[in-house]
Design a binder for this molecule. Structure first.
Ligand code: DGL
Length: 272
């Protein structure tokens, strides 16, 4: 019964849960295995070649040990580092978050002035410039900005407070100066900081996350490949963390909701 195989979703930590939420809401009958690589977060400051190795290692693990039928790279940094390679290396369909996010931002923007914020790795990779070029809408003025430090707040379980506000005011000044009407949260951790980010950039700026558009891409891909589950009951959800599993369950439950009751441990052998 191949259609009952789970969808695999991974991120460096809690961020991909924003995408998992959208996938589960859109496709409630699908079984889902979520992997948070919390032992090795943050990915953002690491060289892309290292993040690429992590992404390949997690992908192989999810295919071999959990028999996933489709993989969602729910991390912009990992998608920037490895999406193209993964698509050629493995047989299961792969869905990333960068193109869906760019499409969502184009759909929303009226003025064509779009901001994108993400990790240093994602922004320096130029992946968003390429994704917007591929959509090829005329007159897009893109302002891409790295926001080092945001991910660490989410991983600490903090999504408000004075320190975060001060950091957001300092980091987001160029976005305010660029007078964008749409701000794409190009890191899957950032929707958890949306209240602070929205407060700093002002309510005229529409915040866009890639989560919903990615979930639609997952649904389309499953349908196209004839992989949609035929089961009608609520899918099973499994959460795995390479770090401290009790911390993952505690913070994850706060961010994601009560379904994240517990997390299974996974320990990596060192990469060759
Ligand atoms: N959620 C990952 C992303 O979308 C985050 C990053 C990190 O670990 O730095 O890029």
């Amino acid at each position: 019964m191949p259609n009952e195989q789970p969808i695999g979703i991974f991120d460096s930590g809690f961020g991909g849960l924003t995408v998992a939420r959208a996938v589960m809401d859109l496709l409630p009958s699908e079984n889902v295995v979520y992997f948070g690589d919390t032992d090795r977060y943050p990915y953002g400051p690491r060289p892309l070649s290292e993040v690429r190795d992590f992404a390949i290692q997690i992908t192989n693990y999810l295919i071999r040990e959990h028999d996933v039928k489709l993989l969602v790279v729910a991390c912009n940094t990992a998608a920037a580092a490895a999406l193209e390679d993964l698509a050629t290396l493995v047989a299961v369909p792969i869905v990333g978050v960068i193109s869906p996010g760019a499409q969502a931002a184009v759909d929303v923007s009226q003025s064509g002035r779009i901001g994108v914020i993400g990790t240093v790795g994602t922004i320096n990779s130029g992946s968003y410039e390429r994704a917007f070029q591929e959509i090829s809408v005329q007159d897009i003025e893109l302002s891409c900005l790295a926001c080092p430090g945001f991910v660490e707040f989410v991983e600490k379980g903090e999504s408000s407070g004075e320190q975060l506000l001060v950091l957001a005011e300092r980091l987001l000044a160029p976005i305010i100066a660029a007078d964008v009407d749409t701000l794409l949260l190009g890191c899957t951790h950032y929707p958890y900081l949306a209240r602070v980010i929205g407060h700093v950039v002002g309510k005229e700026v529409v915040l866009v996350s890639s989560a919903d558009e990615t979930a639609f891409a997952v649904a389309d891909s499953l349908k196209e490949m004839n992989l949609t589950t035929t089961d009608e009951k609520l899918g099973k959800r499994m959460f795995i963390s390479s770090g401290d599993v009790s911390w993952f369950a505690e913070v994850g439950q706060r961010l994601f909701g009560p379904e994240l009751e517990s997390a299974h441990p996974h320990e990596w052998n060192p990469l060759p």
